[in-house]
Design a protein. Structure first.
Length: 99
């Protein structure tokens, strides 16, 4: 039987250290993602019509660059978190010999 996930002994011995590093990176990314989401402005764009106020072009677009950057940071943090989580569980599978 061909064992596709076989690795050398020194690589297998380093997996606990790699998993600890990956867990620390996941914690940091999670806290960063929570902070970025909390800094994003609320979605109350259409509530000005109720009170009769109108927004000017400058008023609507003055925060677009910061808002866009926060959205990009959220997406980057989420994708990075998913990739790190997949790597973490792949190391678990290889280290435990499941598969």
């Amino acid at each position: 039987m061909l064992h596709l996930l076989a690795v050398d002994a020194w690589v297998s011995a380093s997996f606990p250290i790699i998993r600890i590093i990956l867990m620390c990176i996941m914690v940091v990314l999670s806290v960063f993602m929570i902070a970025v989401v909390l800094f994003q402005p609320g979605g109350s764009d259409g509530l000005g019509a109720i009170s009769g106020t109108s927004d000017t072009f400058f008023g609507k677009n003055k925060g677009k660059t910061t808002e866009g950057a926060l959205k990009r940071l959220t997406i980057i943090a989420a994708v990075s978190l998913v990739v790190i989580a997949i790597l973490f569980f792949v190391t678990m599978i290889i280290y435990n010999g499941v598969g």
